[in-house]
Design a protein around this ligand. Structure first.
Ligand code: ADP
Ligand code: ZN
Ligand code: ZN
Length: 768
């Protein structure tokens, strides 16, 4: 007997390693394919879930080859397109495919444990049922006839096959129609629909006539009857047509429409069209908690076709959604945050990315450090699907792509309601202070307008991009400030809770009664955050109901929803908040929006500061006067002549884009070059800086002046680890892929030196 060929599988594991090879034991040899889910042993006593990437018979040259422990899903749980996406992401974002897998699979689909059984306990498996189909070797009617003939007089077997054939025939085709039993048209049939005993079925499988396999039964069919779509205004219809036309030629379109222009209604039309054609749609949003309104709107049109995916779902629910999508034939609208781009979306036909300029689409704190917008565009291209990017203030990257003709570009300049964009009033805080027209953090001009709005029964939104009560406390006697013991930042004072908290690592402590340095009981809150604003406003307007929305109060979905519905239903008069209040809100009674301190947006030390400040101010301002009346935006700033302030005042995106792009071109910043930020990390500061010096010198021999750094970031110690930063700028004309290969070599070389073995090097491609 010839020795059978041993089979191996390369498995992607949820770790920062390349795929590893395992032996595929006999019973599974024909059951496992690319995308199957398996459990494998690793190290002394740990078991991990992995995804089969390759099946082959090349014995690897390792001493101790281990075998997979279990096949948890023979039917692939990762589509070929997903695998291609994973590989692209690993390559592009300089990480391992395993790290992408870790982000892509819901926890319940990647259990691990210290034993096989422990791991399997945590596994989420949907109920699979047995199906029967023809063996693939039977490809024509002649093959089928031959197979039937080969059964001779085995009546039970013949009956079973006939039973299958009748059930598998395409719907509406009669038995004697020509070609009714062409194997190409015969589908799979649930085993329990055909009368066949176990042994008979086994015999037919062994004779390679039928095949038996397990999978989840399909979902109940979805309603394709949608509620009537919104009537579009003339401007919206024109934009829709332009988009359709643009997307016939180009795979990506940018819809640049002022806030309140009704971009959502245009998406709704595009989505309906894609769903009706039988495709799936992926709708990416910057932050799901902030979009309950939007999801409800979508449900009103698309009912059960709407699938929502975000981190607040339970593990089980996420696994269910994931599995449901795996065999979604089409007709599903998936709404979710950036990680939804990693879901299986077979038959993807349209991607919508709303507020495409939002930097929450970039994952920055953990690998894979991917940008969901860019990743989604790539995903769409794998399916030949179209992508629509929408924003009132597009990222300069997308804007330039649209201007250069790479993307279709559609512009909407009027609001749906016809109401004009809010009037912008700039209040010079320095002048106000000189003239005594300032009360604490408010100019009297702003206070007067708040007063007026309240008298009219209108609502007010005040924006302050710092949460907490004050960014730090300082001793009035010796100047001591409270810092985090783990990170190089001051602790933020949270008055209501009476604590000082680190916004980098979450460390917190009670406010000391006396200064730890000089023992004077004179610790003072300095600067101001949302909590302080809330308190002061309440004192100035004792009659008004003031509420606050920021990461501190919105920690639970419920309090978030409460704050929101209170405001929506008019129970709150003034809402103070951070960025959280800027996104996708649509309230009818807000007549005034105040931006308390534009300076800390303008002065942010980043080449995107100007762009960001403009986007934020336009977006916050866009909350004013959305339904019947023109609203007002008051901007408090010490730099009233700053070009960005002027551009916001005129609502002039094009001017902002032109001046910012000119600067970026001059100083070579994206979108005119590509960047990779590198962070080196270690507990030992001296060792870290030695490593940085070596790394910097080596990198310069390869990249020359394209390397900037080493530099200590503004916060150079987080969770007890020191940080050093480098920046690599690669001109657009140069090969980015080649640069990354060279960079990987540099990183490997550094880590190869014994002394620097444990220095972490964290690349962030296209940092935000
Ligand atoms: P954008 O996303 O462009 O800021 P929205 O889509 O939120 O704008 O629309 C702003 C407001 O105008 C919403 O209250 C929306 O319901 C309303 N609106 C826009 N277009 C239509 C339409 N065609 N029919 C009815 N209401 C519309
Ligand atoms: Zn002191
Ligand atoms: Zn800290």
């Amino acid at each position: 007997m010839p020795a059978s060929v041993e089979r191996y599988v390369d498995v992607i594991l949820p770790l920062d390693t390349p795929p590893l090879t395992f032996l595929l034991p006999e019973p599974w040899v024909d059951r496992v394919e690319v995308g199957s889910r398996v459990l494998v042993p690793l190290g002394a006593r740990k078991f991990y879930t992995g995804i089969v990437w390759r099946v082959h018979d090349r014995k690897p040259a390792v001493k101790r080859l281990r075998a997979i422990a279990e096949v948890t899903d023979a039917t692939p749980v990762v589509t070929p397109e997903q695998l291609r996406l994973w590989m692209w992401m690993a390559d592009y974002y300089l990480c391992s495919p395993g790290v992408v897998m870790r982000a892509a699979l819901p926890a319940a689909l990647k259990p691990d444990g210290f034993s096989r059984d422990e791991a399997l306990q945590g596994d989420y498996r949907a109920t699979q049922i047995a199906y029967v189909r023809l063996h693939p070797r039977i490809a024509s009617e002649a093959d089928l006839q031959a197979a039937l003939d080969s059964l001779g007089r085995a009546r039970a077997r013949q009956r079973a096959v006939m039973d299958y054939l009748c059930a598998a025939r395409p719907e509406g085709v009669s038995e004697d129609a020509p070609g009714a039993f062409d194997p190409k048209g015969l589908g799979a049939v649930p085993r329990r629909q055909i009368s066949v005993s176990g042994p008979v079925l086994k015999a037919l499988v062994e004779r390679e006539i039928l095949e038996l396999f397990w999978q989840e039964p399909p979902q109940e069919s979805l309603t394709t009857e949608f509620a009537p779509l919104p009537q579009l205004s003339a401007a919206q219809s024109q934009a829709l047509e332009a988009l359709q036309k643009g997307l016939a030629e180009k795979s990506v379109a940018l819809l640049q429409g002022v806030t309140g222009s009704g971009k959502t209604e245009i998406y709704i039309h595009l989505i309906a069209e894609a769903l009706q054609r039988g495709g799936n749609v992926l709708y990416l949003l910057p932050e799901i908690a902030l979009t309950t309104q939007l999801i409800e709107r979508m449900r009103a049109y698309f009912g059960s076709a709407v699938v929502v995916y975000h981190s607040r779902l339970s593990d089980r629910r996420r696994a269910e959604v994931y599995r449901r999508l795996l065999d979604a034939p089409g007709g599903e609208l998936i709404m979710g945050v950036r990680s939804s781009v990693l879901l299986p979306v077979p038959a993807l036909s349209l991607v919508v990315i709303d507020e495409e300029h939002e930097n929450s689409f970039k994952q920055s704190d953990n690998a894979p450090r991917y940008h969901a917008r860019d990743t989604a565009i790539l995903l769409a291209s794998l399916y030949g699907a179209r992508t629509v990017l929408g924003s009132a203030t597009p990222s300069l990257e997308s804007y330039l792509n649209a201007r250069s003709g790479k993307y279709a570009h559609v512009i909407l300049t009027e609001r749906y309601s016809g109401v004009s964009l809010p009037q912008v009033v700039v209040c010079d805080t320095l002048r106000a202070a000189r003239r005594g027209e300032k009360r604490s953090h408010f100019t009297t001009a702003l206070l007067d307008r708040i007063d007026e709005a309240l008298k009219q029964g209108d609502q007010v939104i005040l924006f302050q991009n710092r949460r907490g009560f004050s960014p730090y406390v300082e001793c009035g006697n010796c100047g001591w400030t409270a810092g985090c013991p783990q990170c190089n930042v001051t602790l933020t004072y949270h008055k209501a809770e009476g604590v000082l908290r680190c916004h980098y690592c979450g460390f917190q402590m009670a406010v000391p009664a006396v200064c730890p340095s000089c023992s004077t009981p004179d610790l003072r809150p300095m600067g101001f955050g949302t909590e302080k604003i809330e308190e002061e406003l309440q004192a100035i307007f004792p009659e008004a109901v003031v509420d606050r929305l920021d990461a501190d109060v919105a920690r639970t979905a419920r309090s978030y929803a409460r704050i929101l519905s209170d405001f929506e239903q008019g129970r709150t008069d003034i809402l103070v908040g951070t960025q959280m209040i800027t996104k996708g809100f649509d309230f009818g009674r807000v007549s005034l929006v105040g931006i308390l301190n534009a300076d800390n947006l303008l002065n942010y030390p980043d080449f995107r500061a100007g762009e960001r400040a403009f986007q934020l101010m336009m977006q916050v301002g866009g909350r004013a006067g959305r339904r019947q009346r023109q609203g007002t935006v008051v901007i408090q700033t010490a730099q009233s002549t700053h070009p960005i302030i002027e551009q916001v005042r005129r609502g002039d995106y094009e001017a902002m884009a032109a001046s910012q792009l000119a600067e970026r071109r001059t100083f070579l910043y994206p979108p005119y070059c590509r960047m990779i930020a590198l962070t080196l990390r270690h507990r030992d500061k001296a060792l870290l800086w030695r490593a940085a010096a070596v790394f910097g010198a080596e990198c310069r021999t390869v990249f020359g002046a394209r390397v900037l750094g080493p530099e200590a970031p503004p916060v150079d110690r987080v969770r007890g680890q020191f940080l050093v930063r480098f920046l690599l700028k690669i001109e657009k004309q140069r090969s980015f892929a080649r640069a990354k290969t060279l960079l990987k070599e540099q990183i490997a070389q550094l880590r190869a030196q014994a002394e620097f073995r444990y220095v972490e090097v964290i690349p962030d491609v296209d940092p935000q």
